[in-house]
Design a protein around this ligand. Structure first.
Ligand code: IMP
Ligand code: MG
Length: 181
């Protein structure tokens, strides 16, 4: 167990260095997939993905605009509540229409969040949608989502760091760790 001030976290599953390399690789993959004229709009799912997406976007080698939308299914605990709240600014719908969208989320767990966001997105009439997530849990997902740009897979444990939280804490850790039990 590692202590960080009053923070107690468990085993480090993915180091900060591995995360950096993964983000660089994802940025490279994304950079060759689009061309500068594609006018890509990155859609970042809050809260978790803003940490990882901030890094990712600085490494992408074409002009890219970014917007956010807020989705939550955990409601502060360790299990998906089974339903997803989506709060999107109204103006975003108009912006999405006919644009190439890069949807960025932190983790593909049950898939309920991504499924809900993708349904909403498709109803907005984008030109194309591609998905990018930092982590995928190795579990039978409730919703099957095709991930175009995947960072890393992890075992089925609750993790924190790189934007992932436990009751609002630990998002700022530069690595992925389990929680101390
Ligand atoms: P899903 O809808 O079950 O795929 O989960 C998506 C959301 O649940 C993510 O965006 C995270 O906010 C949260 N989540 C899922 N697994 C974890 C975890 O291990 N730690 C922290 N948050 C998680
Ligand atoms: Mg989240």
């Amino acid at each position: 167990m590692e202590e960080l001030g009053d923070k107690q976290i468990g085993r480090i599953l993915i180091s900060a260095e591995q995360i950096e390399q993964t983000i660089q690789r994802l940025a490279d993959e994304i950079s060759v997939c689009f061309s500068p004229g594609d006018n890509v709009l990155a859609l970042i799912v809050l809260e978790g993905a803003k940490y990882f997406a901030g890094d990712l976007l600085t490494h992408i080698r074409f002009p890219i605009e970014a917007e956010h939308l807020k989705a939550s299914s955990y409601h502060g605990g360790m299990r998906s509540a089974g339903h997803v709240d989506l709060k999107e600014p109204q103006a975003l719908r108009r912006k999405i229409k006919d644009r190439n969208i890069l949807l960025i989320d932190d983790i593909y767990d049950t898939g309920l969040t991504l499924a809900k966001v993708l349904d909403w997105l498709k109803a907005c009439g984008p030109k194309s949608v591609r998905t990018c997530v930092l982590l995928e849990k190795e579990i039978p997902h409730q919703k099957q989502i095709s991930i175009d740009f995947l960072g890393l897979t992890i075992e089925d444990v609750f993790v924190v760091g790189c934007g992932l939280d436990y009751e609002g804490r630990y998002r700022e850790l530069p690595y992925i760790a389990g929680l101390a039990t």
